[in-house]
Design a protein around this ligand. Sequence first.
Ligand SMILES: Cc1cc2nc3c(=O)[nH]c(=O)nc-3n(C[C@H](O)[C@H](O)[C@H](O)COP(=O)(O)OP(=O)(O)OC[C@H]3O[C@@H](n4cnc5c(N)ncnc54)[C@H](O)[C@@H]3O)c2cc1C
Length: 549
Amino acid sequence: QCTPASTTQTYDYIVIGSGAGGIPVADKLSEAGKSVLLIEKGPPSSGRWNGTMKPSWLQGTNLTRFDVPGLFNQIWADPTGVSCEDIDVMGGCVLGGGVAVNSALWWKPHPRDFDLNFPSGWKTADMVNHTNTVFSRIPGTYIPSKDGKLYLQGGFDTVAKGLDASGFKQLIPNDHADEKNFTYGHSTFFIENAERQGPLATYLVTAAKRPSFTLWTNTVAKRVVRTGGHITGVELECNKQGSVGPGTSGIVNVTPGTGRVILSAGTFGSAKLLMRSGIGPTDQLNVVKSSSTDGATMISSDQWISLPVGNNLNDHVGTDIQIAHPDVVFYDFYGAWNNPIQSDKDLYLKNRSGILAQVAPNLGPIAWQQIKGPDGGIRHIQWQSRVEGRTKNAMTITQYLGTGTTSRGRMTLQPNLNTRVSTVPYLRDAADKDAVIQGIDFIRSALSKVNGLTWITPTSSQTTTAFVNSIPATVASRGSNHWIGSCTIGSDDGRTGGKAVVDLDTKVYGTDNLFVVDASIFPGITTGNPSAAIVIVAERAAERILALK
Ligand SMILES: Cc1cc2nc3c(=O)[nH]c(=O)nc-3n(C[C@H](O)[C@H](O)[C@H](O)COP(=O)(O)OP(=O)(O)OC[C@H]3O[C@@H](n4cnc5c(N)ncnc54)[C@H](O)[C@@H]3O)c2cc1C
């Protein structure tokens, strides 16, 4: 049974979703003296927040599966109770959202990440202070093990040989964020003391110390309650995921007149909340209207706000190549869940050192290059290597096609209101595919300079074009879990034919006091894994929201 929300307690801000966007924005608003309620549908994750999911060897410690970097891979083996059940891609539905479950890669943005697609007021020059604040709170490290050593580097060294021989320069990536062409390095991770840190260990800690900040976990927001464009509160639905325990139900209200609601439920979650609140394309609002859960009580159609919610969907296009080399040493991070090697377990638990301090499955190197497409556009590629593949000495190197991609997709609702990637955003534009092929051609020639290296995929007899064409443009084959774009920010009001769902203050067009602050407002994909950029955007959004009268 859920606890009914108080009918008298109100909040200056209700933030829905505790991920990369939600935690920082909630903290900044509470820091400004506002009363803030942060609502998260999932259970606590990190031990710091009383999370409990852990293998038996962590019993008796304050650590959970989310804290130990070497246990990241477990999400692929057993996502039960961790991944979101109402979306058709992988997502973290626990306290911390994606930043509780992801591989903790942490990049200072390349200037093009903001300059290429973000609107005026959101360019790199506007984000300098926010970037500095984020990286002073969460500096990250490329040596997660406390003894200062990097473990099992055979994979890194093998790929680095090919990169060195092909004109790539090794550097510390976050010390040279603007150098993302023919460069490579070790990944930076938001790990400290050999544990996952990030927003859960910084912004949420400062927020939770303030009496005016309230956090509800296991509590699902259904929709906002509104009269025309004015939001008065949030309607909750009792969490049916039995394993996570009961949360809060009923309606929770914002401070009358001045209160505001911020959606930070992620690219799929925020778009779905808007649609359930009668804000979105008419075809999607009709799906809500026809649903058994919402239809009878949905806001009436004369109050619907027509906006292109769900459009402009994007993700890195992932294309995996695989190599093998005798120097590459596989480590069984999956096996470490039930049966870690005793000495590695001891080193981790006693000294916060060793291979289990490194993120599974032993990532690196990460390399970047820019590709000029036949349309004249510059597209960024990030190569992300990991020690995992078909054989014990194999490595998979994922090519992420990022900044500059022009293909876009769409997410929509199914009749049961689960979300779905209905138009896959990968390689719809021929120039995007051309960049993928050019990049793979290049890396094939670069790695062919490494003695003893053999190709698993593409095979040595296969052309790159045939290889790229053989991989379907589906989420299963190309998905990178870096979804953005369903509630795009911009000055081109989506009610009158523009692409934007939120204005330059992140306020939903057609509303007085409803905002979106998460990956969904990104107009285009970033160069690297996006979570640091999302935290920076949340810092900027909080500043602009607080500045509004
Ligand atoms: C497996 C995986 C690996 C990744 N690896 C990396 C990486 O190494 N580095 C990197 O930078 N990025 C990585 N990412 C991507 C990154 O984590 C996401 O881009 C980022 O977390 C998105 O932030 P967000 O605030 O938009 O949403 P999220 O972080 O997804 O947060 C949304 C939150 O809202 C909650 N929510 C949703 N609906 C409701 C509702 N109705 N009521 C209440 N709460 C709700 C969810 O439970 C969730 O906690 C990875 C993602 C995944 C899934």
